[in-house]
Design a protein around this ligand. Sequence first.
Ligand code: AHG
Ligand code: MN
Ligand code: MN
Length: 333
Amino acid sequence: MSQVTVTEHLLLHQKRTPDATGRFTQLLHDLIISAKLIARSVSKAGLLDVLGETGEINVQGEQVQKLDEYANRVLIHRMERSGALCIMATEENADIIPVSDRFGQGDYIFIFDPLDGSSNIDVNVNVGTIFSIHKRLYGSHPDPGISDVLQPGSKQVAAGYFLYGPATMMVYTTGQGVNGFTLDPSVGEFLLSHPNIMIPETGKIYSVNEGNYALWDSKTRKAVDYFKGTKNRRGHPYSLRYVGSLVADFHRTLLYGGIFAYPKSYKNPERGEGKLRLLCEASPLSFVAEQAGGRATDGAGRILDIEPGHLHERVPLFIGSKNDVDDVMRFLA
Ligand code: AHG
Ligand code: MN
Ligand code: MN
């Protein structure tokens, strides 16, 4: 089968985009290089830890860095040189990162979770990188700023993720469907392996941290009990799968169907809150889910309709097969 590389796929997209400047292609190209660098470090994390424990300095003369800090640094360093951005925002930094015109500026806003599932690194479980791309708004303010970042997910021009696992994969959408690419390490290229991904309308798996059961409100408990019981669409219990890395749990949900949930939990009795971040986790994955025919809600409405209030806003997330998410909405609305 003739393998299509992600570079070819991007150039096809560029050809189909009127007045394309090639900046978007350059942006994704630099993102892909960053992901390859992160994938290489993830595959050696255990070794780096060993070096780190002996306090050794690695071959580049650097102190061994925690992987999520390393991933953050690689992405900031490389993406600011893409010449396509005017602002970046990362889960790891409190404030937005303006991109100076030292390397050339563009109209794109790049928001990312550099290393998702960090708690799983030390036990060699899948982790990932999630990204969301917006175009800056042209309005009253001359310089790009926080208001260009706080856009609803429906305005994203592209979104996706990298999954560092048995294989390294890239899954993304530009609003014309969802495609998956697998890294062939012997070639060093992402090759099209999952064209036009569509999520099954109903699944057989639910994915939630049941350890939080006591912290949920009664509506949430009823919704989760629905999947564990026999009165659901299947007439018998769904299987439970929970990796604890959002990208891994989402990717399985996208391909197999079912539902992933991180409900509001009442650690603080006065107010329940979500754990997952709207801008760099829920919003990009919801764009992918909807482009694949799925649904994504915070329990009240569509994730992609939420107007972000602040940079690190957290939301409850229910995402996956259309029918399974619709069923959850009946319990939560
Ligand atoms: P991150 O590593 O970027 O902070 O994300 C961790 C998130 C997400 O990956 C996962 O779904 C969730 O944390 C798991 O949380 P619990 O351990 O509370 O289930
Ligand atoms: Mn994360
Ligand atoms: Mn993270």
